[in-house]
Design a protein around this ligand. Structure first.
Ligand code: FAD
Length: 504
């Protein structure tokens, strides 16, 4: 096909998605609805025998925009998936055993300060006890009190200083999306792919299923999970290994019964061999222990997790193995990897579903034609590499900024060499309390501040702008803000009261 002739119709006519986990059904739903609806044929192949990873339940606020883009309302989503609201993550025992802090989905302060709020807090903390920085983030105090109300859009109002995500049942979400996607025309094929058929240019032409059937398409989306059936096994993209910085390589997950109404936050507790997640839903709690197999064996990790469950276990332990890192190229020729097939960074900040969403929206932005111009894949790979590297650095910070020395894991991460990009960020914050800004990518200023301060990276100096306010004015001002936040939170309904309206 000549790429120069404008009379030739080169539009993609068919897409095959391999895999029916969260990534597969999110991709099918969005592509079917947003790209050439009615003309583009979308097929999803999945194997019930292989199954999905069956975890992945805590999300970031961006996820709300994804649901809205595919026409899903909050109420129907929450009812279908037993979801709760999420205002951030509570980190326990990270900087040191016995310490905790909150990474809020929102800002510290009233949001209208001349310099970032933490500079005023730092200045005041040097001469007075002004409490924890968490006391000045509305979502952190809402989470502590287990209250919820949606943010307002009124400029300058305290209620506009936060946002929220959800905690949801991943299995129910995939089933919900599947029902909607099939009703909207997506064809689902049950079967196991056993062969990937390529032409002499290396493009994938079809996949062969175990029962002999062949499924053809112009574009293939690899949502096959850790195995990377197309992107790695067939196309051999390669893998950039980050396990030196992120040595956890195993997880065991066990859902349990709720002992009390679900809290509007996820909890991440650092343990000797790694860390434990607790993700409360309407109908159960998702629990897991993400650990390093160098420090702890499978049985010890399972026993420790079982001992820490707050209710009756509702399923057998689900054991997973992984390696931290990123496929060298996520888009090759006519194949795009989305989800675990594209790489994995442990779920400490609930970033995998965000990366799925980002890959889908970026693919749609760069939607190719059948010439598969390498400029499109180059740009896609640049964006996804940048996103993954920024998340990687943020997660490494949680491990590195610690005073823990109670296991070889903590000794390694505390003393290891860092990526230059992160080392520079830490130096800048430690000396001046500044956060390197970037226009694209996840985790803006308030997130970095929460983790730096929460894990004991205290700046030597605050910003000179904070000196414009004298202590005699600043300290009572902070007390007033803390009180305004407290009063606003006390007036809000409980999180469980909000859930009453969206119950499964
Ligand atoms: P999978 O769920 O593995 O799906 C793969 C699909 O491919 C399946 O349908 C399978 O049947 C199919 N398949 C594979 N091979 C073949 C074949 N040969 N033929 C046909 N079909 C095939 N993310 C978050 O955002 N938040 C979290 O809180 C979070 N927690 C996590 C906790 C743990 C312990 C782990 C390991 C991950 C977590 N994640 C989290 C990541 C999240 O689980 C995944 O990003 C998400 O589930 C997407 O997975 P997937 O769809 O890419 O792969």
């Amino acid at each position: 096909m000549s790429s120069a002739d404008p009379t030739v119709d080169r539009r993609i006519r068919s897409v095959v998605i391999i895999g029916g986990g969260t990534a597969g059904w999110m991709a099918a739903s969005a592509i079917n609805r947003l790209v050439d609806p009615g003309r583009l044929k979308v097929t999803l192949v999945e194997s019930a025998e292989i199954g999905t990873v069956g975890v992945g339940e805590s999300t970031l606020p961006h996820f709300r925009a994804f649901n809205a883009s595919i026409g899903v309302t909050e109420t129907e989503f929450m009812r279908a998936t037993g979801a709760t609201f999420k205002l951030g993550i509570r980190f326990e025992n990270w900087g040191a055993i016995g310490e905790s802090y909150f990474h809020p989905f929102g800002v510290h302060g009233a949001g209208n300060e001349e310099a970032p709020f933490h500079h005023y807090w730092l200045k005041a903390s040097r001469t007075a006890d002004v409490g924890s920085i968490d006391d000045y983030a509305l979502p952190a105090v809402m989470a502590r009190d287990e209250r919820f109300t949606p943010p307002t859009s009124e400029p300058g109002a305290l209620g506009s200083t936060f946002t929220y995500g959800y905690q949801m049942d991943a299995g129910l979400y995939a089933a919900f999306l599947r029902g909607r996607a099939e009703a909207a025309g997506v064809t689902r094929v049950e079967g196991k792919v056993v062969k990937v058929n390529q032409d002499d240019r290396g493009l994938i032409r079809s996949v062969t299923l175990e029962r002999g059937e062949t499924v053809e398409a112009d574009l293939f989306i690899d949502c096959s999970g850790f195995r990377g059936l197309l992107i790695e096994q067939a196309l051999q993209s390669g893998f950039t290994d980050w396990s030196h910085w992120l040595p956890c390589d195993s997880a065991v997950a066990i859902p349990c019964a709720l002992s009390r109404p679900g809290t509007p936050y996820t909890r991440a507790t650092a343990l000797k061999g790694g860390w434990q997640f607790r993700i409360p839903l309407q109908h159960r709690v998702g629990n897991g222990y993400v650990y390093s197999s160098d420090v702890m064996d499978r049985q010890a990790a399972t026993d420790e997790l079982v001992g820490r469950l707050e209710g009756e276990a509702l399923a057998e332990p689900n054991h997973l193995r992984f390696k931290a890192g990123q496929r060298t190229r996520n888009w090759m020729g006519n194949c795009v990897a989305v989800g675990l097939s594209a790489g994995f960074i442990e779920p400490l900040e609930s970033t995998s579903i965000y990366l799925i969403q980002k890959a889908i929206t970026t693919l749609i932005e760069l939607w190719p034609d059948r010439t598969f111009d390498p400029a499109d894949s180059r740009e896609f790979n640049r964006v996804m590499d940048m996103e993954a590297e920024r998340i990687r650095d943020f997660i490494i910070l949680h491990y590195h900024a610690t005073r823990r020395d109670d296991s070889p894991l903590w000794d390694h991460v505390r003393t290891m060499d860092l990526p230059d990009s992160l080392a520079g960020k830490i130096d800048l914050f430690r000396s001046r309390g500044l956060v390197q800004q970037y226009r694209e990518g996840l985790f803006a200023h308030p997130s970095w501040v929460a983790v730096f301060l929460g894990q004991g990276v205290t700046p030597d100096r605050h910003h000179p702008l904070a000196d414009k306010v004298a202590d005699a004015q600043l300290i009572p001002g902070l007390a007033g803000l803390r009180e305004a936040i407290r009063r606003a939170v006390v007036a809000m309904p409980g999180h469980d009261a909000w859930l009453g309206g969206v119950q499964r």
